[in-house]
Design a protein. Sequence first.
Length: 346
Amino acid sequence: MRRLKRNALGVLLATAILIPGFASAVAAAEESFFRGKTVRINVGYAAGGGFDTYSRALARHLAKFIPGQPTIVVENVPGAGGLIVANQLYKVAKPDGLSIGHFIGSLLMGQVLGQKGIEFDARKFEYVAAPVRAYSTCVFTKASGITTLEQWMAAKTPPKLGGVATGATVPDNMVRVLKTLGLPAQLVTGYKGTADIRLAAESGELAGSCWGWTSIKSTWRKAIDAGEVSIVLQGSPTPYPDLPAVPLVINLARTDEARRLVQAAIHDDAVTVYQWALPPGTPRDRVKTLRKAFLDTMRDPEFLAEAQKARLDIDPVGGEEIEKVVASLFKLEPGLVARLKETLLQ
């Protein structure tokens, strides 16, 4: 017995001595790898939208938290509602930690629903983090004549709301769920991103659309302050502090099925919307390094000052939490999956 105790103690002492050295060796290896390299953040949408704005703000500060301080480059690869970037990240990108995909998390649910064009397995991506839980809001231009939810509900002609692409993507998801709840809407898809939707609304081509409040208030701030656009509905479980009087989508759900639909398609979806992902097979040490760098950036005073100036909300979601949400999508009950498919893949 004493010999066993001495052996166990010896193992513990050896571990205590070796682990710091091992950790230092890992850190040195990571620094050696990233030094002089370029990390590319491929954004699945056009410049000027919320995804692009977040990526560029992060890219200006991220490098100082990555060992070796690599160069960070943001590249826009718009098309198919972010699906081009998602598929390329899965099938083409090297799993070395130098390629990050920033595409909408709703595509992950799209796989569960059998969305066409998906060539990835969402369970195999390595998720880095997301800068915010992105609950959607619905915004209308002053020219549309709709400034309140009551006016929207009473519209004789369904207002045209901009969408990105056929399939499960925001703002498409939000509009489709709202139609199921009885709100009149004509979803017009095909825009490369929310920046293009915003321009179409300003030109009178659209009445408005629905997407993340953090993106809207950052990229459409002047129009909001001037009264040229109105926020008439929000998809968060509770009101945003700066939108205390704007009605909630969940309050329009009159049945248990409708409430579960809102929970899965809008509330849960918000956790993964702005996720950053790495290719399957990326070394775990490199995944951990980038996850830590991302979260360290989220606490950086210089980054937070820039985010505040740009009116970007910061409410980071760790990669582990995103992994759990993705796993839960594949455990949804068949009846709800069928209802989601019927609603979102119209």
